[in-house]
Design a protein around this ligand. Structure first.
Ligand code: AMP
Ligand code: MN
Ligand code: MN
Ligand code: MN
Length: 282
């Protein structure tokens, strides 16, 4: 791949828990020097047509993507599908899968709200209902923002620490479709599977290697190696896992919000030597 390509293959718009419209997101990415962008909203393809048109206007490359909520060993892992077909008929199975995940999301958010209401003094039921009413892809991020707005947390990070994180009163055990089912849906439309932000899962190095092994068995081809805001130690660790596992490597900001400067579009370290970029396949 041409060394001047800056590929940001993990970006969120307001169709999931990002704050920008897809065309504004693409404009920002292009202005920041991204030359190949993928829109990867959580569990929806709703923004892809708008983003693709914006990328064409801005003169940058575009990859159709989606970030799929997945269960593995009782926790959430995220799988990025890259190269989702434009024709709806060609991605009918993927869309059916995503629709099921979105309804699970709404049920889950209501469960979280009910737990908060029961275990704390927060109006969890009402807040969760408002989030579900306003968003096709209701996420904990939306609930975190609502908690901040209503004065129950300082910022989104604080809302996760106090109310929503895995040790907090609003935690609900994950019940997403498993890795095998997710990858069947992803492969049904010929997309490329990328394991998102492997350094963020609460896994020992042995468990992470097992996850990568299972991911590979189910057709996973690539993993994110350079992600916005990560430490040099994590970058080195993931680079080694990608080299040893023979995975293609991806670069990702996981951008959501221009107010959070550590994961702006295009902001991540260059891929370390000895890795093949998944971007070269698009
Ligand atoms: P969900 O997919 O509904 O579980 O929502 C998770 C989303 O919330 C992730 O995609 C992140 O964007 C965001 N998130 C998760 N954990 C944190 C955290 N500790 N601080 C800030 N944002 C978080
Ligand atoms: Mn998110
Ligand atoms: Mn993610
Ligand atoms: Mn993401």
């Amino acid at each position: 791949m041409n060394a001047s390509v800056v590929a940001d293959l993990h970006l969120h718009s307001h169709h999931s828990d990002g704050v920008l419209a897809p065309d504004d997101l693409i404009k920002l990415a292009a202005a920041r020097g991204v030359t190949l962008a993928a829109l990867t909203d959580h569990d929806t393809t709703a923004g892809l047509d708008t983003a693709a048109a914006a990328a064409q206007r801005c003169g940058i490359g575009f990859v159709r993507g989606v970030e799929m909520s997945t269960g593995w060993n009782g926790q959430s892992v995220h799988v990025i599908a890259l190269g989702v077909p434009e024709a709806r008929a060609a991605r009918a199975s993927l869309e059916a899968h995503l629709a099921a995940v979105r309804s699970r999301r709404a049920e889950r958010l209501q469960e979280i709200g009910a737990r908060l209401q029961r275990k704390t003094r927060l109006p969890g039921v009402e807040l969760a209902a408002a989030v579900c009413g306003a968003h096709d892809v209701p996420t904990r991020m939306h609930l975190a923002r609502a908690l901040v707005e209503h004065g129950h947390a300082r910022d989104v990070g604080d809302a996760f620490d106090r109310w929503l994180g895995h040790k907090a009163p609003g935690h609900v055990p994950e019940t997403w479709h498993d890795l095998a089912t997710t990858l069947v849906a992803l492969r049904s439309c010929g997309a490329t599977a990328v394991l998102a932000h492997p350094h963020r899962y609460r896994l020992s190095s042995g468990a992470l290697r097992r996850l990568l092994g299972e991911f590979r068995e189910h057709g996973g081809a690539a993993m994110e190696v350079s992600v916005g805001g990560m430490s040099q130690n994590d970058l080195d660790r993931l680079a080694t896992l990608a080299r040893n596992g023979g995975f293609l490597a991806s670069t990702a900001s996981d951008f959501h919000d221009p107010a959070l400067p550590w994961n702006l579009p295009g902001r991540f370290a260059k891929l370390p030597a000895g890795l093949e970029s998944v971007a070269a396949h698009f």
